[in-house]
Design a protein around this ligand. Structure first.
Ligand SMILES: *Cc1c(COP(=O)(O)O)cnc(C)c1O
Length: 365
């Protein structure tokens, strides 16, 4: 029997996640320098200075295992979010919390309902457990079609994943649509709301998904320190669940899944309201700037509540932008061949992107 035959079929058939390449690797491949990366929705202002200072102080303690219960972070976050400490589950990125959900809930043949195009990890996490990923197309405005998602729930559905705002479109749904959706979901089906970018959202009727976790068993909100908090490199995210679901997820995790530096930095970043506010303001300005400039170029964009923009630039623009030293995210794997996703950067980065795009379009005209 070959190794191939021994590997679980659902792992053997898995197409791995394609991350945005590190800037250094792309520059080596293309033989260019001085490029900018607007591909992975990172905070262009960097980490909070408070987090950086806390990290320096913590380095001397690295011989010690982390606090497996994340006591300090748990206390701080539960006060801030006004949830009970036992509702929090921490992970090596929100990605790990997604995996804990999958490991806790899914067996081969089960179904996970999620929108498509949406976060590329959803089908991977489902298929990694031998479950089926049921992909419900976004509606005509590239928003979650929540009524269709409720319809798609069947007897094998264990988990529904909502992404708000949605990656890679930036579109969002509001409170009323969310409440109607929840009312239509059968008891016992776990509803996870992935709010990786919610701190950037500007729509006024943002759903109170945390409140839903307080009243509906089997509800969880996913959040992360990777995006607005600028700590993507440290890998820390969390879930806020109803206490019973949280307790099962705790059983599924490794005792030291969150490393010592990540916890220390997260505590400090959480207290740095100024860094968060600065990032939000910069992002809002950048979103408006890019929306205006792309409209002037005749490029369609979608309203965004996140730190990135979906833009219909026409096909093959990703490669052309690369040659100009501007790295964005191509979306061919999502059925959006003529679109790119661009992270909103510093003003000078946004300007460089617009200039490069203008040049490419003029050369084609
Ligand atoms: C970035 C992202 C995450 C999680 O990121 P981590 O770095 O693993 O915390 C989760 N969901 C969506 C939609 C994301 O874009």
């Amino acid at each position: 029997m070959s190794l191939r035959d021994r590997v679980n079929p659902h792992i053997r058939d898995l197409a791995p996640y394609e991350p945005g390449k590190p800037i250094e690797e792309l520059e080596r491949e293309l033989g260019i320098e001085g490029s900018i990366k607007l591909a992975s929705n990172e905070n262009p202002l960097g980490p909070s200075p408070r987090a950086a200072a806390a990290l320096e102080r913590a380095v001397g303690e690295l011989n010690r295992y982390p606090d497996g219960a994340s006591f300090v972070l748990r206390r701080s976050l539960s006060q801030r979010l006004e949830v009970r400490p036992e509702q929090l589950v921490f992970g090596c990125g929100a990605d790990e919390v997604l995996e804990l959900l999958a490991k806790t809930l899914l067996s081969p043949g089960d179904e996970v309902v999620h929108a498509w195009p949406s976060f590329a990890m959803y089908p991977i996490v489902a298929k990694g457990m031998g479950a089926r990923s049921i992909q419900v197309p976004l509606d005509g405005a590239l928003c979650h079609d929540l009524p269709a998602m409720a319809e798609a729930i069947g007897s094998r559905t264990k988990l529904v994943l909502l992404c708000n705002p949605n990656n890679p479109t930036g579109t969002s749904f509001g409170a009323e649509a969310f409440e109607e959706f929840l009312a239509a979901v059968p008891d016992g089906v776990v509803v996870a709301v992935d709010e990786a970018y919610m701190e950037y959202a500007r729509r006024r009727d943002w759903p109170d998904a945390l409140a839903a976790c307080q009243r509906r068993p089997g509800t969880i909100v996913l959040r992360t320190f990777s995006k607005i908090y600028g700590l993507a490199g440290l890998r820390i995210g969390y879930g806020v669940a109803d206490p019973e679901l949280a307790e099962y997820l705790q059983r599924a995790r490794h005792p030291f899944n969150v490393n010592r530096l990540a916890e220390v930095a997260a505590v400090a970043a959480l207290e740095d309201d100024e860094h968060v506010a600065r990032t939000r303001a910069l992002n809002a300005e950048g979103a408006d700037y890019l929306g205006r400039e792309l409209a002037a170029l005749g490029v369609e964009t979608w309203p965004t509540d996140a730190n990135f923009l979906l833009a219909r630039t026409g096909p093959a623009v990703y490669q052309r932008l690369l040659q100009e030293g501007v790295i964005v995210r191509p979306l061919h794997g999502f059925g959006l061949e003529d679109c790119i996703r661009v992270t909103i950067g510093l003003p000078e980065e946004n300007e460089r992107f617009v200039k490069a795009l203008r040049g490419i379009r003029e050369a084609r005209a």
